[in-house]
Design a binder for this molecule. Sequence first.
Ligand code: PLP
Length: 515
Amino acid sequence: MGERLGNFFPSHLDCAPMSESEAKVSPALGDMNAEEFRRHGHKLIDWIADYFEHIEEFPVLAQIEPGELKSQLPTAPPQTGESMEQILRDIGRLIVPALTHWSPPSFFAYFATSTSAPGIFGELLSAAFDNKAMLWRTSPASTELEDVTLDWLRQMMGLDAGLTGIIYDTASVSSMHAIAAAREGVELRIREEGMSGRNDLPLLRVYASEQAHSSIDKGIITLGLGQRALRKIPTDSEFRMDPKALAAAIDEDKRAGYLPFCVVATVGTTSTSSIDPVPAIVPICERYATWLHVDAAYAGSAAVVPELRHVLSGCDRADSLAVNPHKWLFTPFDLSVLYCRRLDLLRRAFSLVPEYLRTPEQEQVRSGSDYGVQLGRRFRALKLWMIIRYFGQEGLASRIREHCRLAKLFASWIEESSDWELMAPLPFALVCFRACPNFEGVAAEVLGARLDVLNEAIMHGVNATGKALLSHTKLNDKITLRISIGNIRTGEIQVRQVWELLNEQLRLLTQKKTS
Ligand code: PLP
């Protein structure tokens, strides 16, 4: 099996055979010396450069069975150190073949994302500095660079100056913190007394569309609000929250004695990238005095493109907004930003300074750990700062603009073909579609199920080639395929190639069925 795994690793990327004299194990004490570090570091950077140069030779989806990697690894740790050559060789031989590669330009699944060279350098430096930005003094650089970089990003997205940013790992965590701040704002002493065992608390309600990301449900579960606290609002034919239904739901809940305290709107939903009508949602939130959080994890980055800035219209009146540079700003995972108008509430919800963390300057500075559950925080701002400086706003905008152009091109092929149909509008660079060939003689009652089976088979067929990766969703109860274009390397060639792969699968599967 090891050999089979090894076969997936292009030989030119294999680490040079180890020479006994070169293969040094760790010293008895202390770290690797500078000379060794330099030698391995240069080799590793060369290896990464080769990896990207040959990225299209790797199967996008890992071609291994569950448990296959584990069965190749020793079950007990080594008692004595091994040489870096041995370790790197195993990375090539065992780890790389077990990767689903997110960097190939034919990665179209979920939301296609990608790292970038300045982002990788930022990660490398951040690991070298190893700062724990819990207090200003434990990393003034991280704390202050985060403020500056997030203010740059705010300006690039055209967001209101009243929104201040803070970095978390993921949008799930950003949104959870936003809901916690909203809850702090209802003045029910939940921080101090919790929610359990209290008869004086009404049912607290959060509203999000039925297309909202599952991270909102998880945030509510984590905060102890309970799943019944989340009321899902229906969407229209284009998968956007229905504001009238929202107002009616809040009204009904208020009459029932519940406490509506937060509405989550999504700009760029996960299934279709639809945009909830924030300008119509804002007055409802104002009328009922609820916090408005906008989940723009995917599509917020599009506002960096001047002609797409309108997608955030209304968001200047939101209380908070989450955006993920690790989704569509070429930032290595992870980096999510929460912009919040009421940082004081976020701080009230989370700040807790024991004696051993007290510092003389604490009243003058902003310390990251005051705004979330984490104490130590990674120096994530560095990579985003380097990315923004390297590409500039125009460079980032042109890449996102090109992704949107490619998605529209792909959609135009779908529209021109009688074998395929679009399943949702495409405001950004995500195309939702399905095969719908003319199945003559198939009864209407079974046609839907037949198309679902066909589309799943097409997706698995394309993915099994290793030449591209796409994913699916269900829209109006129909299996829908998704092509998301967001990788920094994706060009028209790969988009044409996946279109051919899809048609090839369709031909294969429909011929087999009819013969
Ligand atoms: N919100 C939306 C709209 C998303 O599409 C996603 C993930 O795709 C998330 C939130 C969760 O993102 P993360 O993985 O950063 O928690």
